[in-house]
Design a protein around this ligand. Structure first.
Ligand code: ZN
Ligand code: ZN
Length: 414
């Protein structure tokens, strides 16, 4: 039985950097295993959505799992919530939230509250969950922190609308945005009012919270506001087992990615030491992938860390993390049955260490396995892969390519 692994280095692709003499972090990294995969495989570049379109990690992962993200995407919030273990019903509306730092005029000073540690965020979240709203006493909501500054908010009752704007301005130095309804429905109006009250109430409780007083004393930014964005419901998509007739699982720590995979009908594998941060245990993930592959046709292995380094503009760290991914791949290459396993390695988008944001540039892709048509590419990076036999494909093409290689594709036509 043929099997497939899809390895995603989140935001691993980059632009040429002056600091690296015009090279990208992938080009500058020492990466024997990635090069081995390119050498023994077929390479190309991939426009995750389409050329120049900047993907989020959620739309990108949907595309990489074979879905047309432009058609099925219903907002980030629901994925984040599902991925952090919250039960989200089709009627709920969920938001992706950040613990952030604002000044007295509600100007954002730090969108991640100094990447607050999980322990502090958990204690703050527990206090927020207990809040009662005076103007909307019947509101049923759930607030849960996930990793570091990340959190999810789910509004259950009264029946909410996802047609509401973000409170997160998306950058520092700007005021928290006033939440607005995005259509003229009563539901959107009510959801807006509830969110506004929640935001103020959260702010009030957080400002006085002992955890934040302690943080200030230690010179850390207080997590004194919750910024919300990406109101969303669960998308209606055909799960992978049905779509392709395979058993599948995901090895990922990021709750956003776990959420997408869960909605796509994949099993979620918990790995001790996998944190979704640069300190994650790469070897534990490699071992979990090999183990999971024994009982599944398809495993998605996702590493968040490279994207984090890119957002921080930390070029040195991004290179080190690519080298850790390389070591992780070395273990995998040495422990799979190479006669029966295909492996694709890519990034879900470009994260520029210069702009510190996702960009719409294409990403490298290499697929290795027993019967791929090898090309002449011998290095895994943005520029060299562009010379490979896969040429230029879209993100949603990679699953059909893998499904075809492992012999699970059905003929189109007679
Ligand atoms: Zn991403
Ligand atoms: Zn990112």
């Amino acid at each position: 039985m043929m099997k497939a692994i899809l390895v995603i280095g989140d935001g691993m692709a980059d632009r040429p950097l002056r600091e690296l003499g015009g090279r990208t972090p992938l080009e500058a990294a020492h990466k024997l295993s990635l090069n081995q995969i390119a050498k023994t495989g077929i390479c190309g570049i991939m426009d995750i959505i389409s050329p120049g379109v900047i993907p989020g990690s959620d739309t990108a992962t949907l595309a990489l799992l074979g879905y047309d993200a432009l058609e099925v995407y219903t907002g980030r919030g629901a994925f984040e919530a599902v991925g952090s273990g919250i039960d989200v019903s089709p009627r709920d509306v969920a938001f992706r939230c950040n613990f952030a730092t604002v000044d007295d005029d509600l100007v954002v000073l730090d969108r991640r509250a100094g990447r607050i540690v999980n322990e502090d965020a958990s204690k703050l979240a527990q206090s927020l969950q207990k809040i009662k709203l005076e103007k909307h006493p019947k509101v049923d909501f759930l607030f849960k922190n996930t990793i570091q500054h990340r959190a999810a908010l789910v509004i259950r009752k009264p029946r909410p609308s996802s047609a509401v704007s973000d409170s997160d301005p998306g950058k520092i130095g700007e005021k928290v945005l006033k939440i607005k309804p995005l259509d003229s429905s009563q539901k959107a109006e009510l959801t807006t009012k509830i969110l506004r009250e929640l935001t103020l109430k959260f702010h009030k409780v957080l400002k006085q919270h002992p955890i934040n007083k302690m943080r200030v004393e230690r010179g850390l930014p207080p997590a004194n506001i919750i910024l919300c964005r990406g109101a969303g419901t669960i998308p209606n998509i055909k799960p992978l087992p049905e779509k392709y007739g395979l058993t599948s699982a995901c090895v990922a720590a990021s709750s956003l990615i776990r959420g997408v995979c869960k909605v796509a009908g994949m099993k979620l594998i918990d790995v001790k030491g996998a944190t979704g941060t640069p300190q994650t245990d790469f070897m534990a993930k490699a071992k979990a992938t090999i183990k999971t592959l024994k009982t599944n046709d398809f495993v998605l292995l996702h590493v968040k860390a490279t994207d984090v380094a890119g957002h921080d503009g930390n070029i040195k760290q991004k290179i080190e993390l690519i080298e850790k991914i390389d070591a992780m791949l070395d273990y995998i290459l040495n422990n799979i049955d190479s006669d029966l396993t295909y492996m694709a390695v890519t990034a879900d988008h470009t994260t520029s260490s210069n702009t510190k944001n996702h960009e719409g540039d294409s990403v490298p892709i290499a697929v290795t396995g027993p019967y791929v048509r090898r090309d002449d590419v011998k290095q895994y990076d943005e520029r060299t892969c562009a010379k490979g036999g896969l040429n230029r494909i879209r993100g949603m093409d990679i699953m059909p390519i893998l499904i075809n290689l492992i012999g699970k594709a059905k003929k189109f036509g007679a």
